[in-house]
Design a protein around this ligand. Structure first.
Ligand code: NAP
Length: 382
Protein backbone atom coordinates (compact mmCIF):
# COMPACT_ATOMS: atom_id res chain seq x y z
CA UNK A 1 0.00 0.00 0.00
CA UNK A 2 1.56 3.29 -0.97
CA UNK A 3 0.60 6.79 -0.05
CA UNK A 4 -0.27 7.47 -3.68
CA UNK A 5 -3.23 5.12 -3.35
CA UNK A 6 -4.71 7.46 -0.80
CA UNK A 7 -4.69 10.51 -2.98
CA UNK A 8 -7.86 9.92 -4.97
CA UNK A 9 -9.97 9.22 -1.91
CA UNK A 10 -8.88 12.19 0.16
CA UNK A 11 -10.35 15.51 -0.90
CA UNK A 12 -8.43 18.84 -0.83
CA UNK A 13 -8.36 21.04 2.27
CA UNK A 14 -9.39 24.58 1.55
CA UNK A 15 -11.33 26.45 4.21
CA UNK A 16 -14.02 28.65 2.77
CA UNK A 17 -17.24 30.17 4.06
CA UNK A 18 -19.55 27.49 5.43
CA UNK A 19 -22.16 28.28 2.85
CA UNK A 20 -19.79 27.34 0.05
CA UNK A 21 -19.37 23.74 1.17
CA UNK A 22 -15.65 23.57 0.50
CA UNK A 23 -13.90 20.40 -0.45
CA UNK A 24 -11.33 19.27 2.10
CA UNK A 25 -7.98 17.87 1.59
CA UNK A 26 -5.36 16.89 4.08
CA UNK A 27 -1.99 18.34 3.38
CA UNK A 28 -0.23 15.96 5.70
CA UNK A 29 -0.31 12.27 6.24
CA UNK A 30 1.72 9.94 8.32
CA UNK A 31 2.99 6.97 6.42
CA UNK A 32 5.21 4.23 7.70
CA UNK A 33 8.58 5.01 6.12
CA UNK A 34 9.20 1.41 5.09
CA UNK A 35 5.85 -0.05 4.22
CA UNK A 36 3.74 2.93 3.35
CA UNK A 37 1.21 1.73 5.89
CA UNK A 38 -0.31 4.61 7.79
CA UNK A 39 1.06 3.54 11.11
CA UNK A 40 0.47 5.73 14.07
CA UNK A 41 0.53 5.62 17.78
CA UNK A 42 -1.16 7.60 20.47
CA UNK A 43 1.51 8.77 22.86
CA UNK A 44 0.92 7.72 26.41
CA UNK A 45 2.81 10.57 28.04
CA UNK A 46 0.56 13.32 29.29
CA UNK A 47 3.02 15.14 31.47
CA UNK A 48 2.36 18.27 29.45
CA UNK A 49 -0.68 19.18 27.45
CA UNK A 50 1.14 19.63 24.22
CA UNK A 51 0.09 17.96 21.07
CA UNK A 52 -0.35 14.26 21.79
CA UNK A 53 -0.29 13.99 18.05
CA UNK A 54 -0.54 10.54 16.69
CA UNK A 55 2.77 10.03 15.04
CA UNK A 56 4.65 7.79 12.73
CA UNK A 57 6.46 5.33 14.92
CA UNK A 58 8.00 1.94 15.43
CA UNK A 59 7.18 2.13 19.12
CA UNK A 60 5.47 -0.66 21.02
CA UNK A 61 1.70 -0.80 21.21
CA UNK A 62 1.13 1.14 18.02
CA UNK A 63 -2.21 2.19 16.69
CA UNK A 64 -2.71 2.09 12.97
CA UNK A 65 -4.81 3.93 10.46
CA UNK A 66 -5.72 1.82 7.52
CA UNK A 67 -5.97 3.87 4.34
CA UNK A 68 -9.39 2.43 3.52
CA UNK A 69 -11.06 3.06 6.83
CA UNK A 70 -8.83 5.81 8.25
CA UNK A 71 -9.65 4.13 11.50
CA UNK A 72 -7.36 3.80 14.46
CA UNK A 73 -6.45 0.23 15.08
CA UNK A 74 -4.55 -1.23 17.98
CA UNK A 75 -2.24 -4.16 17.73
CA UNK A 76 -3.83 -7.53 18.42
CA UNK A 77 -4.23 -8.17 22.09
CA UNK A 78 -4.23 -4.57 23.17
CA UNK A 79 -7.96 -4.09 23.10
CA UNK A 80 -10.57 -6.63 22.11
CA UNK A 81 -12.80 -3.82 20.96
CA UNK A 82 -10.43 -2.93 18.16
CA UNK A 83 -11.22 -5.79 15.86
CA UNK A 84 -14.88 -4.90 15.52
CA UNK A 85 -14.07 -1.23 15.27
CA UNK A 86 -11.79 -1.71 12.29
CA UNK A 87 -14.34 -3.68 10.35
CA UNK A 88 -16.11 -0.51 9.39
CA UNK A 89 -15.62 2.63 7.35
CA UNK A 90 -16.65 1.03 4.10
CA UNK A 91 -17.53 4.36 2.56
CA UNK A 92 -16.00 5.72 -0.60
CA UNK A 93 -13.96 8.32 1.31
CA UNK A 94 -13.09 5.89 4.07
CA UNK A 95 -14.50 8.39 6.55
CA UNK A 96 -17.60 8.24 8.65
CA UNK A 97 -18.22 10.79 11.34
CA UNK A 98 -20.42 10.46 14.39
CA UNK A 99 -21.43 13.88 15.68
CA UNK A 100 -22.96 14.79 19.04
CA UNK A 101 -24.91 18.04 19.26
CA UNK A 102 -27.48 17.69 16.47
CA UNK A 103 -29.70 20.48 17.78
CA UNK A 104 -26.82 22.74 18.77
CA UNK A 105 -25.16 25.57 16.91
CA UNK A 106 -21.74 24.02 16.29
CA UNK A 107 -23.13 20.50 15.85
CA UNK A 108 -25.60 21.77 13.26
CA UNK A 109 -22.86 23.55 11.32
CA UNK A 110 -20.68 20.45 11.40
CA UNK A 111 -23.42 18.38 9.80
CA UNK A 112 -23.84 21.01 7.08
CA UNK A 113 -20.12 20.96 6.41
CA UNK A 114 -20.02 17.19 6.14
CA UNK A 115 -23.04 17.15 3.85
CA UNK A 116 -21.51 19.86 1.68
CA UNK A 117 -18.22 18.06 1.32
CA UNK A 118 -19.61 14.58 0.88
CA UNK A 119 -18.37 13.15 4.16
CA UNK A 120 -20.75 10.48 5.47
CA UNK A 121 -21.92 11.36 8.96
CA UNK A 122 -24.61 10.63 11.47
CA UNK A 123 -25.70 12.34 14.62
CA UNK A 124 -25.50 10.48 17.88
CA UNK A 125 -28.83 9.89 19.57
CA UNK A 126 -27.36 8.94 22.95
CA UNK A 127 -26.99 11.19 25.94
CA UNK A 128 -23.39 11.88 26.90
CA UNK A 129 -23.74 10.68 30.47
CA UNK A 130 -25.38 7.41 29.43
CA UNK A 131 -22.54 5.05 28.53
CA UNK A 132 -24.79 2.33 27.13
CA UNK A 133 -26.45 4.80 24.75
CA UNK A 134 -23.06 5.96 23.46
CA UNK A 135 -21.89 2.40 22.96
CA UNK A 136 -25.09 1.67 21.04
CA UNK A 137 -24.41 4.68 18.79
CA UNK A 138 -20.88 3.49 18.04
CA UNK A 139 -22.12 0.02 17.29
CA UNK A 140 -24.86 1.30 14.98
CA UNK A 141 -22.84 3.98 13.17
CA UNK A 142 -19.35 2.43 13.24
CA UNK A 143 -17.64 5.76 12.76
CA UNK A 144 -14.04 6.47 11.90
CA UNK A 145 -14.07 9.64 14.04
CA UNK A 146 -16.33 11.11 16.72
CA UNK A 147 -17.07 14.83 17.19
CA UNK A 148 -18.43 16.19 20.44
CA UNK A 149 -20.31 19.46 20.01
CA UNK A 150 -22.72 18.53 22.79
CA UNK A 151 -22.75 20.06 26.20
CA UNK A 152 -24.61 22.40 28.45
CA UNK A 153 -23.98 26.02 27.55
CA UNK A 154 -26.92 27.59 29.40
CA UNK A 155 -29.89 29.57 28.17
CA UNK A 156 -30.06 32.46 27.74
CA UNK A 157 -26.40 32.33 28.73
CA UNK A 158 -23.86 30.59 30.96
CA UNK A 159 -25.36 32.20 34.06
CA UNK A 160 -27.86 29.32 33.86
CA UNK A 161 -25.06 26.97 34.95
CA UNK A 162 -24.69 28.82 38.26
CA UNK A 163 -28.11 27.57 39.32
CA UNK A 164 -28.05 24.21 37.50
CA UNK A 165 -24.77 22.84 38.78
CA UNK A 166 -25.61 19.15 38.79
CA UNK A 167 -26.99 19.30 35.24
CA UNK A 168 -23.84 21.12 34.17
CA UNK A 169 -21.57 18.52 35.78
CA UNK A 170 -23.65 15.68 34.33
CA UNK A 171 -23.27 16.79 30.72
CA UNK A 172 -19.99 18.72 30.66
CA UNK A 173 -17.93 16.65 33.05
CA UNK A 174 -19.41 13.16 33.50
CA UNK A 175 -20.83 13.13 29.96
CA UNK A 176 -17.73 14.38 28.16
CA UNK A 177 -15.49 12.00 30.10
CA UNK A 178 -17.80 9.08 29.37
CA UNK A 179 -17.72 9.83 25.64
CA UNK A 180 -13.92 10.14 25.70
CA UNK A 181 -13.67 6.84 27.54
CA UNK A 182 -16.03 5.00 25.19
CA UNK A 183 -14.15 6.34 22.16
CA UNK A 184 -10.84 5.32 23.68
CA UNK A 185 -12.07 1.78 24.23
CA UNK A 186 -12.84 1.64 20.51
CA UNK A 187 -9.57 3.30 19.45
CA UNK A 188 -11.39 6.34 18.08
CA UNK A 189 -10.18 9.91 17.99
CA UNK A 190 -12.64 12.28 19.65
CA UNK A 191 -12.65 15.87 18.42
CA UNK A 192 -13.99 17.76 21.42
CA UNK A 193 -15.23 21.34 21.09
CA UNK A 194 -14.19 22.80 24.42
CA UNK A 195 -13.68 26.36 25.56
CA UNK A 196 -10.85 28.85 25.93
CA UNK A 197 -12.90 30.75 28.51
CA UNK A 198 -10.77 29.21 31.24
CA UNK A 199 -8.17 31.99 31.22
CA UNK A 200 -8.17 35.67 32.10
CA UNK A 201 -5.54 38.33 31.54
CA UNK A 202 -2.96 38.37 34.34
CA UNK A 203 0.42 39.89 35.15
CA UNK A 204 2.26 37.48 32.86
CA UNK A 205 -0.33 37.82 30.10
CA UNK A 206 -1.48 41.44 30.31
CA UNK A 207 -4.18 42.83 28.04
CA UNK A 208 -2.64 44.33 24.90
CA UNK A 209 0.74 42.66 25.40
CA UNK A 210 0.36 40.11 22.62
CA UNK A 211 1.45 37.43 25.09
CA UNK A 212 -1.19 34.75 24.88
CA UNK A 213 -1.90 31.73 27.03
CA UNK A 214 -0.39 28.58 25.64
CA UNK A 215 -1.84 25.08 25.45
CA UNK A 216 0.22 23.92 28.41
CA UNK A 217 -0.74 26.82 30.68
CA UNK A 218 -2.90 26.05 33.68
CA UNK A 219 -6.34 27.67 33.56
CA UNK A 220 -6.59 30.71 35.82
CA UNK A 221 -10.25 31.61 35.37
CA UNK A 222 -12.84 29.79 37.41
CA UNK A 223 -15.09 32.80 37.94
CA UNK A 224 -18.13 31.04 36.50
CA UNK A 225 -19.32 27.52 37.27
CA UNK A 226 -19.40 26.79 33.53
CA UNK A 227 -15.71 27.73 33.12
CA UNK A 228 -14.75 25.94 36.31
CA UNK A 229 -16.21 22.64 35.11
CA UNK A 230 -14.71 23.11 31.64
CA UNK A 231 -11.26 23.65 33.17
CA UNK A 232 -11.69 20.55 35.33
CA UNK A 233 -12.73 18.35 32.45
CA UNK A 234 -9.94 19.67 30.23
CA UNK A 235 -7.43 18.67 32.87
CA UNK A 236 -8.90 15.17 33.17
CA UNK A 237 -9.08 14.76 29.38
CA UNK A 238 -5.30 15.22 29.16
CA UNK A 239 -5.13 11.62 30.30
CA UNK A 240 -7.05 10.48 27.21
CA UNK A 241 -4.55 10.19 24.39
CA UNK A 242 -7.37 9.81 21.85
CA UNK A 243 -8.90 13.24 22.54
CA UNK A 244 -8.35 16.44 20.59
CA UNK A 245 -9.44 19.34 22.79
CA UNK A 246 -10.28 22.48 20.85
CA UNK A 247 -10.42 25.63 22.94
CA UNK A 248 -13.14 27.64 21.17
CA UNK A 249 -13.72 31.27 22.21
CA UNK A 250 -16.52 33.73 21.53
CA UNK A 251 -17.55 31.92 18.35
CA UNK A 252 -18.59 33.97 15.34
CA UNK A 253 -20.20 32.78 12.13
CA UNK A 254 -21.31 34.42 8.90
CA UNK A 255 -24.93 33.93 9.97
CA UNK A 256 -25.61 37.28 11.57
CA UNK A 257 -29.19 36.33 12.37
CA UNK A 258 -28.10 33.62 14.81
CA UNK A 259 -28.57 34.85 18.39
CA UNK A 260 -25.62 32.68 19.54
CA UNK A 261 -23.24 34.51 17.22
CA UNK A 262 -20.97 36.81 19.27
CA UNK A 263 -21.52 39.65 16.79
CA UNK A 264 -25.28 39.27 16.95
CA UNK A 265 -25.13 39.22 20.73
CA UNK A 266 -23.13 42.40 21.10
CA UNK A 267 -25.13 44.31 18.50
CA UNK A 268 -28.26 43.54 20.53
CA UNK A 269 -26.90 44.43 23.95
CA UNK A 270 -27.90 47.76 25.36
CA UNK A 271 -24.31 48.36 26.49
CA UNK A 272 -21.09 46.51 25.80
CA UNK A 273 -17.68 46.36 27.41
CA UNK A 274 -14.71 47.01 25.17
CA UNK A 275 -11.97 44.44 25.69
CA UNK A 276 -9.68 42.73 23.17
CA UNK A 277 -10.19 38.97 23.03
CA UNK A 278 -9.24 35.89 21.06
CA UNK A 279 -12.18 34.67 19.02
CA UNK A 280 -13.12 31.75 16.77
CA UNK A 281 -14.42 32.37 13.26
CA UNK A 282 -16.39 29.17 12.76
CA UNK A 283 -16.54 29.49 8.95
CA UNK A 284 -12.76 29.21 8.86
CA UNK A 285 -12.11 26.97 11.85
CA UNK A 286 -14.79 24.28 11.69
CA UNK A 287 -13.43 23.00 8.35
CA UNK A 288 -10.02 22.97 10.02
CA UNK A 289 -11.40 20.81 12.84
CA UNK A 290 -12.57 18.30 10.24
CA UNK A 291 -9.10 18.36 8.75
CA UNK A 292 -7.66 17.80 12.22
CA UNK A 293 -9.74 14.64 12.49
CA UNK A 294 -8.41 13.44 9.15
CA UNK A 295 -4.88 14.03 10.43
CA UNK A 296 -5.77 12.27 13.69
CA UNK A 297 -4.44 15.17 15.73
CA UNK A 298 -4.92 14.89 19.45
CA UNK A 299 -3.99 16.96 22.48
CA UNK A 300 -5.02 20.50 23.34
CA UNK A 301 -5.26 23.25 20.73
CA UNK A 302 -6.07 26.90 21.24
CA UNK A 303 -8.78 26.99 18.60
CA UNK A 304 -9.02 30.68 17.77
CA UNK A 305 -7.79 32.91 15.00
CA UNK A 306 -4.43 34.56 15.74
CA UNK A 307 -4.49 37.91 17.50
CA UNK A 308 -7.27 39.72 19.29
CA UNK A 309 -10.15 41.97 18.37
CA UNK A 310 -12.09 44.26 20.68
CA UNK A 311 -15.83 44.68 20.98
CA UNK A 312 -15.61 48.20 19.57
CA UNK A 313 -13.49 47.10 16.61
CA UNK A 314 -16.13 44.51 15.71
CA UNK A 315 -18.94 47.02 16.13
CA UNK A 316 -17.07 49.50 13.94
CA UNK A 317 -16.82 46.83 11.23
CA UNK A 318 -20.53 46.12 11.69
CA UNK A 319 -21.32 49.79 11.20
CA UNK A 320 -19.02 50.04 8.18
CA UNK A 321 -20.21 46.88 6.41
CA UNK A 322 -23.76 46.30 7.58
CA UNK A 323 -25.53 49.30 9.09
CA UNK A 324 -24.09 52.82 8.71
CA UNK A 325 -26.56 54.10 11.29
CA UNK A 326 -25.55 51.61 13.95
CA UNK A 327 -24.51 53.10 17.29
CA UNK A 328 -23.65 51.57 20.62
CA UNK A 329 -22.81 52.44 24.17
CA UNK A 330 -19.91 51.12 26.21
CA UNK A 331 -19.80 50.43 29.89
CA UNK A 332 -17.11 49.25 32.28
CA UNK A 333 -16.46 45.77 33.61
CA UNK A 334 -17.73 46.96 36.99
CA UNK A 335 -20.98 48.16 35.42
CA UNK A 336 -21.26 44.92 33.45
CA UNK A 337 -20.88 42.92 36.67
CA UNK A 338 -24.15 44.41 37.89
CA UNK A 339 -26.18 42.90 35.00
CA UNK A 340 -24.67 39.41 34.87
CA UNK A 341 -24.50 36.73 37.53
CA UNK A 342 -21.05 35.22 36.96
CA UNK A 343 -17.93 37.03 35.73
CA UNK A 344 -16.83 36.43 32.12
CA UNK A 345 -13.33 35.63 30.96
CA UNK A 346 -11.30 37.95 28.74
CA UNK A 347 -8.04 36.71 27.31
CA UNK A 348 -5.68 36.21 24.43
CA UNK A 349 -4.74 32.67 23.44
CA UNK A 350 -1.44 31.86 21.76
CA UNK A 351 -2.21 30.22 18.43
CA UNK A 352 1.32 29.25 17.43
CA UNK A 353 0.54 25.55 17.68
CA UNK A 354 -2.54 25.71 15.46
CA UNK A 355 -0.86 28.08 13.02
CA UNK A 356 2.12 25.73 12.71
CA UNK A 357 -0.25 22.94 11.71
CA UNK A 358 -2.36 25.23 9.50
CA UNK A 359 -0.12 28.05 8.19
CA UNK A 360 -2.98 29.44 6.10
CA UNK A 361 -4.97 30.38 9.24
CA UNK A 362 -5.96 34.06 9.01
CA UNK A 363 -5.48 36.68 11.74
CA UNK A 364 -8.77 37.43 13.47
CA UNK A 365 -9.48 40.77 11.81
CA UNK A 366 -8.74 39.44 8.31
CA UNK A 367 -10.87 36.38 8.96
CA UNK A 368 -13.73 38.53 10.19
CA UNK A 369 -13.69 40.55 7.01
CA UNK A 370 -13.25 37.61 4.64
CA UNK A 371 -15.73 35.19 6.20
CA UNK A 372 -18.27 37.42 7.92
CA UNK A 373 -18.42 41.03 6.83
CA UNK A 374 -17.63 40.82 3.12
CA UNK A 375 -20.24 38.07 2.47
CA UNK A 376 -22.83 40.08 4.46
CA UNK A 377 -21.87 43.52 3.18
CA UNK A 378 -24.81 45.89 2.83
CA UNK A 379 -23.07 49.24 2.50
CA UNK A 380 -21.19 50.71 -0.41
CA UNK A 381 -18.63 52.58 1.69
CA UNK A 382 -16.73 49.67 3.31
N1 NAP B 1 -21.42 28.92 21.83
C1 NAP B 1 -20.39 29.37 22.54
O1 NAP B 1 -20.33 30.57 22.89
C2 NAP B 1 -19.24 28.47 22.89
C3 NAP B 1 -18.02 29.05 23.20
C4 NAP B 1 -16.96 28.24 23.50
C5 NAP B 1 -17.16 26.86 23.54
N2 NAP B 1 -18.37 26.31 23.25
C6 NAP B 1 -18.53 24.88 23.41
O2 NAP B 1 -18.83 24.25 22.19
C7 NAP B 1 -19.74 23.16 22.41
C8 NAP B 1 -20.93 23.36 21.50
O3 NAP B 1 -21.46 24.64 21.72
P1 NAP B 1 -22.80 25.15 21.04
O4 NAP B 1 -22.80 26.62 21.16
O5 NAP B 1 -23.00 24.52 19.71
O6 NAP B 1 -23.87 24.56 22.06
P2 NAP B 1 -25.46 24.53 21.96
O7 NAP B 1 -25.94 25.29 20.79
O8 NAP B 1 -25.95 24.94 23.32
O9 NAP B 1 -25.80 23.01 21.73
C9 NAP B 1 -25.50 22.06 22.69
C10 NAP B 1 -25.90 20.71 22.16
O10 NAP B 1 -25.54 19.75 23.14
C11 NAP B 1 -26.63 18.86 23.28
N3 NAP B 1 -26.59 18.32 24.64
C12 NAP B 1 -26.64 19.00 25.82
N4 NAP B 1 -26.52 18.16 26.85
C13 NAP B 1 -26.38 16.92 26.30
C14 NAP B 1 -26.21 15.63 26.84
N5 NAP B 1 -26.14 15.44 28.16
N6 NAP B 1 -26.09 14.59 26.00
C15 NAP B 1 -26.15 14.76 24.65
N7 NAP B 1 -26.33 15.96 24.08
C16 NAP B 1 -26.44 17.02 24.90
C17 NAP B 1 -27.87 19.69 23.03
O11 NAP B 1 -28.92 18.81 22.70
P3 NAP B 1 -30.30 18.83 23.51
O12 NAP B 1 -30.96 20.11 23.14
O13 NAP B 1 -30.98 17.61 23.02
O14 NAP B 1 -29.93 18.77 24.98
C18 NAP B 1 -27.39 20.52 21.86
O15 NAP B 1 -27.54 19.81 20.67
C19 NAP B 1 -20.09 23.21 23.91
O16 NAP B 1 -19.34 22.26 24.62
C20 NAP B 1 -19.68 24.58 24.34
O17 NAP B 1 -19.28 24.59 25.69
C21 NAP B 1 -19.41 27.09 22.90
Amino acid sequence: MTIAILTPILPIFHPAPLILHPPFVPSHRQAHPDTGTLRVRITSSVTHCGNNKIQSSHSPRPLRITPRSRHLERDPGQSPAMSSATANGSTASGLKFLIYGRTGWIGGLLGQLCAGSGIPYEYGSGRLENRASLEADLEAVRPTHVFNAAGVTGRPNVDWCETHRVETIRANVAGTLTLADVCRSKGLVLINYATGCIFEYDEKHPEGSGIGFKEEDTPNFIGSFYSKTKAMVEDLLKNYENVCTLRVRMPISSDLSNPRNFITKITRYEKVVNIPNSMTILDELLPISIEMAKRNLTGIFNFTNPGVVSHNEILEMYRDYIDPNFTWKNFTLEEQAKVIVAPRSNNELDTTKLKTEFPELLPIKESLIKYVFEPNKKTSSA
